[in-house]
Design a protein around this ligand. Sequence first.
Ligand code: NAD
Ligand code: UDP
Ligand code: UDP
Length: 316
Amino acid sequence: MKHTPRKILVTGGGGFLGSHLCERLLDDGHDVICVDNFFTGSRRNILHLMDNPYFELIRHDVTFPLYVEVDEIYNLACPASPIHYQYNPVKTIKTNVHGAINMLGLAKRIRARIFQASTSEVYGDPSVHPQPEGYWGHVNPIGIRSCYDEGKRCAETLFFDYYRQHRLQIKVGRIFNTYGPKMHPDDGRVVSNFIVQALKNEPITIYGDGSQTRSFCYVDDLIEGFVRFMASPDDFTGPVNLGNPNEFTILELARRILDLTGSRSEIVFKDLPADDPRQRQPDIRLARERLGWEPKVPLADGLSRTIAYFEGLLGE
Ligand code: NAD
Ligand code: UDP
Ligand code: UDP
C-alpha cells in the first residue's frame, strides 16, 4: 500500500526490529533517517539499504541531543536482550530516559508524531494473566532487570507527560517477545539461542525447568502493527499491546526447534536468572478493536523462516 511520502526517523534502526521497520517504511515510499550507535545493532542489517537514495544513516547516541527535521519518529533505540541491557545497566537507563527526553524534545520542536517501543516488561513478573493494558504491573524496582523495566516505565511516563503538557501526538506500543531473521546470533534471547545451538548440534540451554511461558510474535506481524498504530487517529495514544497471544512453555519451544531443525542437540537445564517472569501473554483486544490488527504467522512458519536465515548466516 502506498502512502503520502513522509520523512521518518527510526532510532535503533540498525537493530533487529529497527532494520525491518526501515525496510518496510522505504517499501511504503517514505524517506527514512536511521539513527544508531551500533551497540547491539549492525551495519550488516541495513547494508542493502545504503544505496537507496531515500535512506540516510546517522551514527549517533540518543542520550545526546539530535537536530533533524522529520514528520514522524519511531523511538526504538535500546538494547533489548537481558545480557546486553545488563552489560551496562546505567547506560541502559540513560538510553531509555535521556533518550526519550531528547526524542520527545525533538518531536515537540518540530511537531512530529512519535512512537515509543515500550515493552511487556512494564508488567514485570505479572500476577494478572493474560496482561491487559490496564494492568499496572509487578516490577522489582531494584533488581537486575530494573534498568530496562523501570527505564521503559519511566519513558512511558515521559511520553504521557509530554502528551498532557505539550499536546504531543504520541503512540506507545508495548511489544511482547518478537523473533525473526536479523536477530543477532549472539543476541542471547531464547529463539536465536535455541536455533543457533540446534543448528550447531550444541546443547540447548533451558534456564530453570522450562515451564515458564512466553508468547512469540513473528517480526513481520509486529511491524504491520507499528505502521497501523502510527497511522491511527490522534486520540489513540495507547499504550497498546502488540504481540502474539499464542503462549508456549520454553520447553515446548525447545522441542519445536529440535523437530524443525532435525538437530541432534541434547537439552540441558541451567539456573534461572533472577526476576525471570513466570508467564507472559498479551491481551490484544485493544489492538484488534482500534487497529484491526492481529498476528497472522503461526510459530512453526515463523520459526522455519528464522531457521533458514540462521542456516544462511552460519553457512557463510
Ligand atoms: P536490538 O538490540 O536488535 O536493537 C536496538 C538498537 O538500538 C540497536 O541497533 C542498538 O545499537 C541501538 N541502540 C542501543 N542504544 C542506543 C543509543 N543509546 N543510541 C542509539 N542507538 C542505540 O533490539 P530489538 O529487538 O530490535 O528492539 C528494538 C526496540 O524494541 C527496543 O527499544 C526494545 O526495548 C523494544 N522491544 C523489543 C522486543 C523484542 O522482542 N524484540 C520486545 C519488547 C520491546
Ligand atoms: N532536543 C533535541 N532536539 C531538538 C530539541 C530538543 O535533542 O530538536 C533535546 C534537548 O537536549 C532538550 C530535550 O530534547 O534538553 C528536551 O527538550 P524540551 O524542549 O522538552 O526541554 P528543554 O530541556 O529544552 O527545556
Ligand atoms: N531462556 C532460556 N535459554 C536461553 C535464553 C533464554 O531458557 O538460552 C529463557 C529465559 O530465562 C526466559 C525466556 O527464555 O524465561 C525468554 O528469554 P528472553 O531473554 O528471550 O526474553 P525475556 O526474558 O526478556 O522475555
